[in-house]
Design a protein around this ligand. Structure first.
Ligand SMILES: [Zn+2]
Length: 705
């Protein structure tokens, strides 16, 4: 087959040595490409030049404003019991400080308030071991030290032999999109070994440190997105994005020079493949930090700027985005997709390239988290894939450290990722019908996905039966699924006719089929985008500073509250019958908290929210009731009726919210009728093609009349 041949050619022309040489070259020429720095600007120029050389057109750099933070000097010195200089790095967003001197207090993890019991941090320097379960929790650790009066904070790496680790910190408990605050106390980072050394010295007596940090903060600095286009040879209005980020900490070989090099290699090999649809290559700046005014959501700044600037194109033309992060991690191959439509495609490509057997990583196909540039597109409904060398929440050992250098990269993994992205993109670009399956999508919406722990609409309907009627929504969804399956069948038939007319060079039929396919494609992509925006959400669980943050992608997360409603409903009934222990049991069983609490060792009932927007999803916090009903058997009549009223009010409030969520599901009916029209158009076209084909056959038949 023609497509398969072009895919094979593409894969065989990818060179792992060329990818690796590009990584080495960029790392050597432009070290420390912090957002807004001179090196970052020069890297953007370099990538633009390579894009041009690869044959991309309209190569340009888009500048955008950021808050830049650059470290000019960072010194850490032990001044007593003896003088000793330690290798260190200021943590991004740390303020400057001139020769601050203080005693060190080892607070261990310094994560919970209990870690500070019997520790006199007030006016001293806190020594903290970096949070081992999630490195982004360094913010919680810092804020806890601040609450306890620390003068400055010294982090040491939680892993031996991995150098110094850094990750930005803002002085706000949340992670919202709005403006934030630069930390008020200096923060500095050292290696695991030097952390051990300080602890060793502390066992013998007082240790005093001198910290000297000089940073340059600019509010209106510029960062750069590099854009290059491979114009589609047949359907140029449809656009597929391949993205990476070129800013980094330290050398940043894996994070994320690896993907920039893969991007440049794909630009070279894909331009030779002359794809039918347009492929756009973007290297973002300011992924690591730089959102203005120390926004606590400091990352994926370049991609959010790009998505906002090109909002029209993204909603009208962009079909999918393929992003990469840390593609050179040793033997680690993780692919996260925003929904079932792309998961299906990527899975097929992995099989075709024999990658499924090669990488038996159980995290191989997961839902998209929030940690990289694809999220900027996913929240706009675009089907997105993020290829990465580490599963969510578990960064690789060299992540953001001085040891993230080219020699540690796995060349074969980089090549395999390039092959996966390149082949998937080419398949999306060259297929008459864009190979994103709406029927798979609808199946998952209805039935859920047990391996990803996604509840389906049917589960919600069954569980909510006493409270909210979701029966009609399930019917509407099933009807959309049926329409999608009918569309799949029509597409297959049209494809057969298409191939026949291509081989017989019947240009008239080719044109008719292509213009019909164009309309069907547009409708389906639109359906995905609209439904993605409403149905699939990454959901954050937790309260910063109390719980480790958890992010899970879910279908219609607003409906999760039906489960709480059911338990509260039953609990109310028990309370009315004055059966307090049973009422308590119902409240304790509330999912997902009960499940999450055991899985992630949570210590309180966390709220559910949409990360970045920090919008709360419907839920009932029953902790007040649980506290009051604690004495189980001895709840006075007055207190009991107070608890009943409290719970009943919460129940009503949440029920209204859930009813509101339910309204969103009406869109199934809308898309059913729109796609029904597409099915009809396909049917009409097919019958016309068959008619003309039969008449042509009759004309050419020697026995024809
Ligand atoms: Zn990165």
């Amino acid at each position: 087959m023609r497509v398969a041949l072009s895919e094979r050619r593409l894969v065989s022309s990818i060179s792992k040595d060329r990818i690796f040489a590009d990584v080495q070259n960029i790392c050597r020429k432009f070290p420390c490409r912090t957002p807004g720095s001179k090196a970052e600007g020069e890297t953007a120029e370099h990538v633009a030049t390579e894009f041009g050389r690869a044959g991309l057109s309209n190569v340009h750099i888009e500048n955008f404003p950021i808050t830049s933070w650059n470290c000019r000097r960072s010194n850490l010195q032990v001044v007593s019991p003896r003088s000793l200089v330690l290798k260190s790095a200021a943590l991004p967003y740390s303020p400057s400080c001139a020769k601050l001197i203080g005693d060190v207090v080892d607070v261990g993890l310094g994560y919970f308030q209990r870690d500070y019991e019997k520790k006199d941090v007030d006016g001293n320097i806190a020594l903290i071991r970096w949070c081992p379960w999630d490195i982004t929790e360094n913010k919680t650790q810092y804020l806890r030290a601040l609450q306890n009066g620390a003068l400055a904070v010294v982090f040491y790496n939680e892993m031996p032999k991995r150098g110094i680790r850094i990750f930005p910190i803002t002085e706000t408990w949340n992670f919202g999109f709005g403006p934030g605050k630069q930390p008020s106390r200096p923060i500095i980072s050292i290696s695991y070994e030097d952390g051990r050394l300080l602890k060793h010295l502390l066992r013998r007596g007082n240790v005093a440190l001198k910290i000297d940090v000089d940073v340059d903060v600019r509010q209106m600095a510029r960062s750069h997105n590099v854009v290059g286009t491979l114009c589609g040879t047949k359907w140029p209005r449809d656009v597929i994005l391949i993205t990476a980020h070129h800013d980094c900490w330290f050398t940043g070989a894996n994070d994320n020079t690896s993907t920039v090099a893969v991007l440049m290699e794909l630009a070279r090999v894909l331009s030779k493949a002359k794809p039918y649809r347009t492929v756009r290559f973007i290297s973002f700046g300011s992924e690591e930090c730089g959102a203005q005014y120390f926004s606590p959501w400091f990352w994926i700044n370049g991609s959010r700027q790009y998505a906002a600037r090109h909002a029209n194109e993204i909603s009208n033309n962009v079909i999918a985005v393929f992003n990469g992060e840390d593609l050179g991690s040793d033997k680690k191959f993780v692919v996260e997709t925003s929904g079932p439509e792309l998961r299906n495609l990527v899975h097929r490509v992995m099989k075709d390239l024999d990658l499924t057997c090669k990488y038996k990583n159980k995290n191989a196909l997961d839902l998209t988290p929030i940690s990289s540039d694809h999220y900027a597109f996913a929240i706009r409904g675009v089907s997105s894939v993020c290829c990465t060398g580490h599963p969510p929440g578990r960064p690789y050992e060299r992540y953001h450290t001085t040891t993230d250098v080219p020699s540690a990269l796995d060349r074969e993994v980089m090549r395999d990722f390039a092959a996966l992205i390149g082949t998937s993109v080419l398949r999306l670009a060259n297929s008459l019908f864009i190979p994103l399956s709406l029927s798979h999508y609808m199946r998952e919406v209805i039935e859920g996905n047990s391996s990803l722990r996604l509840l389906g609409l049917r589960d919600h309907a069954r569980k909510a039966i006493e409270i909210v009627d979701l029966h009609e929504a399930v019917l509407m969804a099933s009807s959309l699924k049926n329409v999608s399956e009918a569309l799949d069948r029509i597409q297959n038939d049209i494809l057969v006719a298409y191939e026949r007319s291509v081989s017989s060079r019947d240009q008239l039929t080719i044109n008719r089929i292509e213009s019909c396919a164009k309309r069907i494609n547009a409708q389906r992509v639109k359906a995905f985008k609209n439904m993605n925006k409403l149905l699939f959400r990454v959901v954050g669980y937790g309260k910063p500073g109390i719980n480790p943050m958890i992010y899970l992608a879910q279908v219609v997360p607003g409906l999760e509250a039906t489960e709480e409603l059911v338990h509260v409903y039953r609990s109310l009934k028990f309370l009315q019958a004055e059966d307090v222990p049973s009422a308590r049991k119902e409240l304790e069983a509330i999912y997902p908290y009960a499940d999450l609490a055991t899985r992630f060792r949570l210590t309180c009932y966390p709220p559910r929210f949409v990360p970045g927007y920090e919008t709360l999803l419907p839920s009932i916090d029953v902790s007040t009731n649980l506290n009051s009903l604690d004495k189980e058997h001895r709840v006075s009549g007055e207190e009991l009726s107070r608890q009943i009223l409290l719970l009943a009010t919460e129940f009503e409030r949440c029920k209204v919210q859930v009813e509101h969520e339910k309204m969103k599901l009406c869109l199934f009916a809308f898309w059913s009728s729109r796609l029904g029209e597409a099915v009809e158009e396909g049917r009409v076209l097919l019958s016309q093609i068959h008619k003309s084909f039969n008449s042509v056959q009759r004309e050419h038949s020697p026995h024809g009349n």
